[in-house]
Design a binder for this molecule. Structure first.
Ligand SMILES: [Zn+2]
Length: 105
């Protein structure tokens, strides 16, 4: 009896998608200038805005905006302060979170 051994080569194709954070104000990729073992790390601001005017539905007012630098953050804040809905609201808020992101791929 002849044994036939079929060798199967299983090739795993790993698709690595390049994942980056793009600034919502200037449209540019954030600055990945910090080199780490995990990859280049970039720092940015995640801005959370919303209000409590809609009682239980107020969570629907939450919006996130990413800013790449102080200038973009300032631009967004100025615009937000002049927004009619914000001026009219008594409960509008803005939160600025410092974040970091590791570039993949
Ligand atoms: Zn920007």
């Amino acid at each position: 009896m002849i044994k036939r051994i079929t060798k199967k080569v299983i090739k795993e194709v790993m698709e690595v998608e390049s994942e980056v954070i793009v600034c919502n104000i200037c449209g540019k990729e954030i600055n990945y200038d910090e080199k780490t073992l995990m990859g280049p790390v970039g720092r940015y601001y995640r801005i959370k805005t919303g209000h409590y005017d809609w009682c239980n539905d107020s969570c629907e007012s939450i919006e996130y905006t990413d800013a790449c630098c102080d200038e973009c953050l300032s631009k967004f804040t100025q615009k937000w302060l002049k927004n009619e809905n914000v001026i009219r609201s008594n409960t509008a808020y803005i939160e600025i979170h410092k974040e970091s992101h590791t570039k993949k791929g």
